[in-house]
Ligand binder design. Structure first.
Ligand code: SAH
Ligand code: DHB
Ligand code: MG
Length: 210
């Protein structure tokens, strides 16, 4: 054992077989293995339970891995609405969530997130998890602020990306993420912090609406 990630994996154990199997199945079906690490799954669960979260909005479903972590700790009547642009990803996720027994708690909406966001209404969300295309994180944050209320949580994945956000030769995703980080850090309506994961290779930004 060498690193904190290895230590915590040993300490907490691997997730159950269903969760563990999803990335392997997905890879066989040609989906990328860019789901959250388990330490972020546990962080989302801590936030949901500690914050009494009932309504979750997720941007970027992939094969339903993060949605399943979250759905498992929702109280009765809790819901995840997850937005996904790829019909193939959405289909794989629906099957996985059905198999996991949480399809009554997770609704996947197909289409570009920005279009689905425009058609969302109803009560505010208690947690918004931003994990779709990195280039649109700033508009997604604006939408998250509109769709939440004081006390709600806004969480954004992949905000360090191996330090790409501070490299001058970064690609457009890295530049967009650097812009997102500056924006959220200076956003007066939020208290936020970057939580490292994958042994500091990446970070997830956690914010609460004041
Ligand atoms: N939250 C997932 C990982 C999401 S990966 C997990 O941790 O398990 C990012 C996902 O965002 C991919 O499935 C990709 O198809 C989707 N995506 C990319 N651009 C998008 C867009 N404009 N609108 C909605 N989803 C998008
Ligand atoms: C990528 C996207 C993710 O959401 C992630 O967790 C890791 C990588 C990507 O697009 O490269
Ligand atoms: Mg991610």
């Amino acid at each position: 054992m060498e690193t904190l990630s290895e230590y915590t994996r040993d300490l907490y154990g691997a997730p159950d077989e269903l969760l563990q199997g999803l990335p392997l199945d997905a890879q066989r079906e040609g989906l990328p293995a860019i789901h959250i690490p388990d330490e972020v799954g546990r962080l989302l669960q801590v936030l949901i339970v500690s914050g009494g979260v009932r309504r979750v909005l997720e941007l970027g479903t992939l094969f339903g891995y993060s949605a399943l972590w979250m759905a498992r700790v929702l109280p009765a009547g809790g819901r995840v609405i997850s937005l996904e642009a790829s019909p193939h990803h959405a289909a794989v996720a629906r099957r996985n969530l059905e198999r996991a027994g949480v399809s009554d708690r997770v609704e996947i909406r197909e289409g570009a997130a920005i279009d689905s966001l425009r058609s969302l209404d109803g009560p505010a969300f208690d947690l918004v998890f931003i994990d779709a295309d990195k280039i649109n994180y700033v508009p997604y944050l604006d939408w998250a602020l509109r769709l939440t209320r004081p006390g709600s949580l806004i969480v954004a994945d992949n905000t360090w990306r191996h330090g790409e956000v501070i490299k001058n030769d970064g690609d457009e995703n890295a530049r967009a993420m650097a812009g997102f980080n500056r924006r959220i850090a200076s956003e007066g309506r939020l208290i936020s912090t970057m939580v490292p994961n994958r042994d500091g290779e990446d970070a997830v930004t956690v914010a609460v609406v004041r």
